[in-house]
Design a binder for this molecule. Structure first.
Ligand SMILES: CC(C)(COP(=O)(O)OP(=O)(O)OC[C@H]1O[C@@H](n2cnc3c(N)ncnc32)[C@H](O)[C@@H]1OP(=O)(O)O)[C@@H](O)C(=O)NCCC(=O)NCCS
Length: 168
């Protein structure tokens, strides 16, 4: 097993947007074929990582966009937000080259600390039921399945997810 990587976590800023969108595409293409169709991947990438959407996210006071660097290379990102009164880890994506080396864990700790300081009792997230590696990593970091959720995301696509929560 590879050892953990030390990363520096920094906020995403507007000039980072194209690189975050490109990193998202690279990681999604390595993750979701076999879980959802290519058409749904393209649709969801446009919906969530279109540049204008990311610029809007950066201006939203209820959203936090974190990125992780290892030796100057951008290796992952975590977006968190206040969602319906709860603190949600909305996106967590680590480059395949450095998965399973503790980067996701460090980004989760950072988000959990932010939620704890703001007084929230737990962090929640949604994960595709078939994304077994991600589910296992969330369990490793203290998340448990709270409910099953089928979300209509438009154009006939649904997200077939678990909602997981980690008590703080
Ligand atoms: C899921 C993800 C965020 C976890 O981050 P990470 O930095 O790889 O995870 P960590 O090193 O902190 O934690 C490792 C744990 O994650 C799980 N895991 C992560 N990648 C795995 C893989 N390729 N195969 C098997 N288990 C994996 C294991 O439970 C592992 O624990 P172990 O090494 O003790 O067995 C990351 O692998 C990732 O970005 N995956 C692709 C995108 C994705 O699915 N994102 C989540 C969307 S909800």
């Amino acid at each position: 097993m590879n050892s953990n990587l030390n990363v520096e976590i920094r906020p995403v800023t507007p000039p980072d947007v194209p690189a975050i969108a490109a990193l998202a595409r690279e990681i999604w293409q390595a993750t979701y074929p076999g879980i959802i169709t290519q058409e749904q991947i393209d649709f969801m990438l446009e919906q969530r990582y279109g540049h204008e959407r990311l610029y809007d996210d950066l201006e939203d006071l209820h959203k936090w966009l974190d990125q992780a660097f290892h030796e100057g290379r951008r290796v992952g990102f975590a977006f968190s937000e206040i969602h319906k009164g709860e603190f949600k880890l909305d996106k967590l994506y680590i480059h395949p080259d450095v998965q399973r080396r503790g980067v996701g864990g460090q980004l989760i700790s950072n988000v959990a600390e932010r939620a704890r300081k703001a007084g929230y009792p737990c962090v929640i997230l949604q994960v595709n039921k078939r994304n077994v590696n991600a589910i296992n990593s969330y369990k490793k970091y203290g998340f448990v399945v709270r409910e099953v959720m089928v979300d209509d995301i438009g154009r006939g696509y649904v997200m077939d997810d678990y909602v997981m929560e980690k008590k703080l």
